[in-house]
Design a binder for this molecule. Structure first.
Ligand code: C6P
Length: 412
């Protein structure tokens, strides 16, 4: 049988109108900031436009035709996203605003209901602030204890230390699947079963993983899994919290209001069934529909193909960047990482690097990337970061390398 591949970067690029724009006259865009947010294909933009033009109505409430169509489109998106990550059922997927809100939901609902003073939450040193601050807030309010799996100088988790920390009996292990700074893909197949054996629940921050490689929740034994649409070709303002049904059933609602109730009296209410129990108020309907279109687009290409092509591109970037004297890349080798490459140049501030690259039309991120403790650990105030997605090419990496050479020549 001839191997079938839908991966044709030229064709893919044609689906993203923004990629053909110039940043300034004569300076074409090289977008290397997809870890911050990805660009959107026409199919996603059109799906939201169609909703507003043809079926705009509130959902789950009306009995008229438009309300019926809008509800169907919204729930069909949930169904397709559930299939995309092979979740047991769509009712275990809660629409939130983003990964940050998904984690805050768990901290505030599960955390407040089930944690006691002195209980321990185990995080890692490579977490994004979204998986740090909600726990710091809760720890302050409930007198919890926070511990951290250390990151080694190579940029991977110290799993021996993890085993030792597990003996302290954490109630929850919450960690990122892929670091937004180091690119490290954490070995969940080792980490999650060990947490379960130690009696801890697990939460995985999938903001940087779901967009880039296949996620199969029937194999990943996570109790909670969070991600955002906007990093995987979808719109901003919508994300997912997956939670195991038996946990979500036991958790109290996070926000109160319309939609999350079955019956209300003046002094009490009965919560709605899953997933509506956690979706108070009018949701982001157009955004959910756009999210559905985004997973359709990714599935049309195939997540295995996407993973393969990003590995190749990242390998190329690592090789080219390693040839630049004075440039240091953070994180492990290609075997343990995804398409995020943070780097620094000796004696040149990351913001200067990003600014000069921008003058060449190259969009990278500079700063601590919302992972300040990790930068402090590596003794760096900031790094520059190039991050890749399905529409990037080796020619764009070459432009990045030329841009960095220009930075060096200016500061020489
Ligand atoms: N990281 C970056 O440039 P939200 O903003 O809620 O959609 O995603 C938060 C988040 C959580 N975890 C990880 C690992 C992330 O990378 C992010 C978002 C962006 O790296 C914006 S700060």
């Amino acid at each position: 049988m001839v191997a079938k591949t839908n991966f044709d970067v030229g064709r893919i690029r044609d689906d993203f109108p923004i990629l053909s724009r110039q940043v300034r006259p004569g300076v074409p865009l090289v977008y290397l900031d997809s870890a911050a947010t990805s660009q959107k294909p026409i199919s996603v933009i059109e799906s939201m436009d169609r909703y507003y033009r043809e079926m705009n109505a509130n959902i789950h409430r009306g009995i008229h035709k438009l309300a019926e169509e809008a509800t169907q489109a919204y729930e069909s998106a949930r169904q397709r996203i559930a299939e995309f990550i092979n979740a047991p059922s769509p009712e275990e997927l809660i629409f939130t605003r983003n990964t940050t809100e998904s984690i805050n939901l768990v901290a505030n609902s599960w955390g407040r209901a089930f944690l006691q003073p002195g209980d321990m939450i185990l995080l890692t040193e490579m977490e994004h602030h979204s998986n740090l601050i909600p726990w710091q807030l809760l720890a302050g309010q409930l007198s919890l204890r926070l511990e951290f799996i250390p990151v080694t100088p190579r940029g991977i988790l110290d799993l021996d230390e993890y085993q030792r920390l597990l003996k302290m009996g954490p109630k929850l292990v919450s960690l990122t699947h892929m670091s937004n700074v180091l690119g490290t893909i954490n070995p969940l197949e080792e980490i999650l079963p060990a947490a379960k054996s130690a009696g801890a629940l697990t939460l995985v921050d999938g903001a940087q993983s779901v967009p880039h490689f296949p996620i199969d929740l029937s194999k990943i034994e996570a109790d909670f899994y969070a991600f955002s649409a906007h990093k995987m070709l979808g719109p901003t303002g919508i994300g997912i919290l997956y939670g195991k049904r038996e946990l979500l059933e036991k958790m109290p609602p996070f926000l109160g209001g319309g939609e999350m109730i079955k019956r209300v009296e003046l002094r009490s209410f009965t919560a709605n069934d899953l997933p509506h129990k956690f979706e108070a108020g009018t949701p982001a309907i157009a955004e959910a529909i756009g999210f559905g279109a985004a997973v359709d687009y990714l599935s049309g290409i195939g997540m295995e193909e996407i993973e393969k092509s990003e590995k190749k591109l990242t390998g190329y970037a690592l090789e080219r960047l390693s040839q630049i004297p004075g440039l240091h890349v953070l994180g492990p080798g290609i075997e343990d990482r995804g398409g995020v490459v943070s780097f620094y140049l000796q004696d040149i501030h990351a913001h200067d690097v990003a600014q000069i690259l921008d003058s060449e039309g190259i969009a990278v991120r500079a700063g601590h990337h919302c992972a300040q403790p990790l930068h402090t650990k590596f003794n760096l105030p900031a790094t520059s970061r190039a991050s890749f997605y399905i529409y990037n090419t080796e020619q764009e990496i070459d432009r990045l390398v030329e841009g960095i050479q220009k930075v060096k020549s200016i500061f020489a």
